[in-house]
Ligand binder design. Structure first.
Ligand SMILES: Cc1ncc(COP(=O)(O)O)c(C=O)c1O
Length: 395
């Protein structure tokens, strides 16, 4: 099928939940992807922070082939060696002691909401159920994750949402103090908001959140579904903030394209889940956890993360210079290779010009260009992307 046929058949048979470009990607290698017509693009979207090690990474391909030939799935009625190994790797490299595996970011956040409520009710009683999150946050599309998402545009039309959720404006300490109270089970925070427009939470605000959580016996949950796993130049974004969470959620890059999600917690918190409390048929299966182990092995190799940080700094400073040269007043923001640039209403047009010239980027909130290149991107590829962006800024 050519791209026109794919688009037409898609419109006829696939539910219309996404605004898509009229093309289909069929192949990838490293930082590059090809569409069904053979056009080549530099991929600075990475499937929304998923293919962080680039496309068709040889070690990931080999891991998938090898595991597929052995076993894909056996269920959580039995122990799964790769799942145990991945849990050990995740806990050895983070604040956490225990991991629950699932299949996506929203499912990980659902698990975190359930775990936080179970912990709160077990230790303090049924009055402690409230989940507080930040305005402009994004935690997923299932009903509870949507209720935790502090943006009404995603919630409209799906009411009534599950009760017991409240929202606080970023950096508004007064509002935080007023809303987090004895009824609060947990506060959910993305260390860097992704869908909300690439907004890093400051260490000062995160430390304030932690203090207020402690004063109210509320858990701190960090949603690192988008900003975790090397994206910011540290394995986990909370490492920049001087605060450790009680629970953390992961997904996206953990499988480099193979679906996987994870809920990480301290022993004290995780102990509130007992057999029968939570489950997921596919969660932590042989294939996704084999890939997860390989992803972590690559990301924790010497120099990998320091190179991400250095490439992020280079890209951010070149992008800022370019923005200033072309009269954009907004500041480049983000951490590592999770980068945003406010460009006003020109955003969608710039994305279109880049696409036509072979660079995939996207625009969040209609006015912030978001760059999520592979963590394996080369300096030369960053320069090529900047060259295309410069042409787009001139249009
Ligand atoms: C911070 C964050 N949390 C949760 C999600 C939901 O993840 P998924 O689409 O895998 O359900 C996303 C997706 O973009 C996200 O960015």
């Amino acid at each position: 099928m050519n791209s026109q046929q794919i688009v037409e058949a898609g419109k006829e048979h696939v539910m219309h939940t996404y605004g898509r470009l009229p093309m289909a990607l069929v192949q990838g290698s490293g930082s590059w992807v090809w569409d069904s017509e053979g056009h080549k693009y530099l991929d600075f979207v990475t499937g929304l922070a998923v293919t962080s090690l680039g496309h068709s990474h040889p070690e990931i391909v080999a891991t998938i082939k090898d595991q597929a030939a052995k076993m894909l799935h056996s269920s959580n009625l039995y122990w799964i060696p790769n799942q145990v190994k991945l849990a050990s790797l995740l806990t050895a490299n983070s604040f956490a002691d225990k991991v629950f595996f699932c299949n996506s970011g929203a499912e990980a956040n659902e698990g975190a909401i359930k775990l936080a409520r179970k912990y709160a009710q077990k230790h303090y009683g049924p009055h402690k159920y409230k989940i507080v999150s930040l305005k402009n946050s994004f935690h997923g599309r299932t009903l509870a994750a949507l209720a935790a998402t502090g943006q009404t545009k995603y919630q409209k039309g799906f009411e009534p949402l599950p009760p017991g959720f409240a929202y606080v404006e970023m950096d508004n300490v007064e509002e935080l103090e007023a809303i987090v109270d004895q009824h609060t089970a947990a506060v959910f925070v993305e260390p860097v908001q992704g869908e909300g427009g690439v907004n890093p939470v400051s260490p000062q605000f995160m430390q304030k959140i932690k203090k207020i959580c402690d004063q109210n016996q509320a858990l701190l949950v960090m949603d690192e579904v988008q900003c975790g796993l090397g994206r910011t130049g540290k394995l986990f974004a909370y490492e920049w903030l001087g605060v450790k969470p009680d629970i953390m959620t992961l997904a996206k890059a953990l499988g480099n394209g193979v679906p996987i999600g994870a809920v990480l917690a301290t022993d004290k918190v995780a102990a509130s889940f007992q057999p029968g409390d939570h489950a997921s048929t596919f969660g932590g299966n042989h294939l996704s956890t084999a890939v997860g182990c390989k992803v972590l092995e690559i990301m924790t190799a010497p120099d990998f993360l320091s190179e991400v940080e250095a490439k992020g700094k280079y890209f951010q400073s070149r992008l800022q210079d370019l923005a200033v040269e072309h009269g954009f007043e907004g500041q480049v923001r983000g951490l590592g290779l999770m980068i945003g640039l406010p460009v006003g209403e020109k955003g969608p047009a710039i994305v279109d010009v880049c696409y036509n010239r072979g660079l995939l980027i996207n625009c969040v909130g209609g006015h912030i260009l978001r760059f999520l290149p592979p963590l394996t991107v080369s300096k030369d590829e960053i320069d090529q992307a900047l060259g295309i962006l410069e042409e787009a800024f001139c249009c």
